[in-house]
Ligand binder design. Structure first.
Ligand code: NAD
Ligand code: TYD
Length: 364
């Protein structure tokens, strides 16, 4: 892969660039590499939000295209007309609870969509085989399955054992990406990261859900016994990791990206409640932890995820910089000051989704 300092601007196609991580990445990249061209392809599903990219609208090197990664003709056309050399592939159905309610969309976007992109990129790349091209596939630690409290953290060689329709569809897409490197020599890279948090995360995920529910005085639903563990990665750290993988990663390799912040769900929710009590002057219910409600567990709920990031640290000199206390405080402050961003997302569709998940997981 080409190094950061070596000359020519890149031309990126960022799929899913209007979603949570994708939009953070687009802002990160446009700021770090203003001479690079960034084309976002996003279907604007319920999780995509064009407002996440509003600040870039007038920038010459930025373009937004609304479209589906399963639309082969559109992808062919974008690769050719935009002379793309780098695909950063974020687009996915990304929420485990939605995959339990309706797995079909996960198979379609995550597997068929990734296949469509790979095929298009292969046929575009094969006649030229230019050295600096790359296809970076953003995946998850959930493909490795569930750990017990004493198991060592996931490494790049941990066998795949996905447990939800979401993680199974991501595992399927990872296998396709791997196969395109081994079979066709397509310059692919895979990253498997842990749970992200930060600005622009859709309200249905744990951290924004707890922030928003506290602000509107709704119960804070903790699944099961609240002892499940996640390794939290601040989204800005994830973006810098993808940067080093695109610039310095070795084609065909996988890199695990973790935040080094393993926390039990109940402890995380308590930390959020304390931050809310401190930072939000007009909470409907105070202290905020009065709203914590243990609800029926998510089916097939993985007990623990933990990432061993030694490979990316030692081989590519990347390390996370944001600890959980700092990152959570920044995130809570962001949700407190961006009510105009999240309030419109609590739409009828969202209320219906909420009703379905939280009636199935009603109070114990
Ligand atoms: P997100 O749900 O916030 O955003 C996904 C984006 O993809 C949305 O903008 C949506 O409109 C778009 N999209 C969905 N289907 C599409 C399609 N068929 N064609 C084009 N665009 C489509 O997700 P996120 O949290 O930003 O996750 C981004 C990527 O990172 C995903 O691949 C996810 O699996 C992976 N990941 C996320 C996390 C996390 O904690 N959020 C952790 C590990 C890995
Ligand atoms: P989530 O943000 O959905 O991410 P993932 O399932 O991909 O890890 O959930 C993070 C953890 O929080 C997970 O263990 C499930 C739990 N959780 C709750 O306890 N209550 C909730 O309402 C939600 C959305 C998640």
């Amino acid at each position: 892969m080409r190094s950061e300092s070596s000359a020519l601007p890149r031309r990126l196609l960022v799929t899913g660039g209007a979603g949570f991580i994708g939009s953070n990445f687009v802002h990160y990249w446009c700021n770090a590499y203003p001479n690079d061209r960034v084309v976002v392809l996003d279907a604007l599903t319920y999780a995509g939000n064009k407002r996440n990219l509003a600040a870039l609208d007038r920038q010459e090197n930025f373009r937004f295209v609304q479209g589906d990664i399963c639309d082969r003709a559109l992808i062919d056309q974008l690769l050719q007309t935009e002379n793309i050399d780098t695909i950063a592939h974020f687009a996915a159905e990304s929420h485990v609870d939605r995959s339990i309610l309706g797995p079909a969309a996960f198979v379609q976007t995550n597997i068929v969509g990734t296949f469509t992109l790979l095929e298009a990129f292969r046929q575009y790349w094969e006649p030229k085989k230019t050295a600096n091209y790359c296809f970076l596939h953003v995946s998850t630690d959930e493909v490795y399955g569930s750990l017990s409290p004493s198991d060592p953290a996931f490494t790049e060689t941990t066998p795949y054992a996905p447990n939800s329709p979401y993680s199974a569809s991501k595992a399927g897409s990872d296998h396709l990406v791997r196969a395109y490197y081994h079979t066709y020599g397509l310059p692919t890279l895979i990253t498997n990261c842990s749970n992200n948090y930060g600005p622009y995360q859709f309200p249905e995920k744990l951290i924004p859900l707890m922030c928003i529910n506290s602000l509107i005085g709704k119960q804070l639903p903790v699944y099961g016994d609240g002892q499940n563990v996640r390794d939290w990665l601040y989204v800005g750290d994830h973006c810098s990791a993808i940067d080093v993988v695109i610039h310095r990663g070795v084609a065909g390799e996988t890199y695990n990206i973790g935040g080094n912040n393993e926390v039990k769900n109940i402890d995380l929710v308590q930390m959020l409640c304390q931050l809310m009590d401190e930072l939000a002057p007009q909470l409907p219910v105070r202290p905020c932890d009065k709203l914590i409600t243990f609800v029926k567990d998510r089916p097939g709920h993985d007990r623990r995820y933990a990432i061993n990031s030694t490979k990316i640290k030692t081989q590519l000199s990347w390390t996370p910089t944001v600890d959980i206390q700092t990152g959570l405080r920044q995130t809570v402050e962001w949700y407190l000051t961006h009510r105009d961003w999240w309030e419109p997302l609590l739409s009828k569709e969202y209320q219906e989704y909420y009703r379905q998940v939280y009636t199935q997981t009603s109070e114990l």
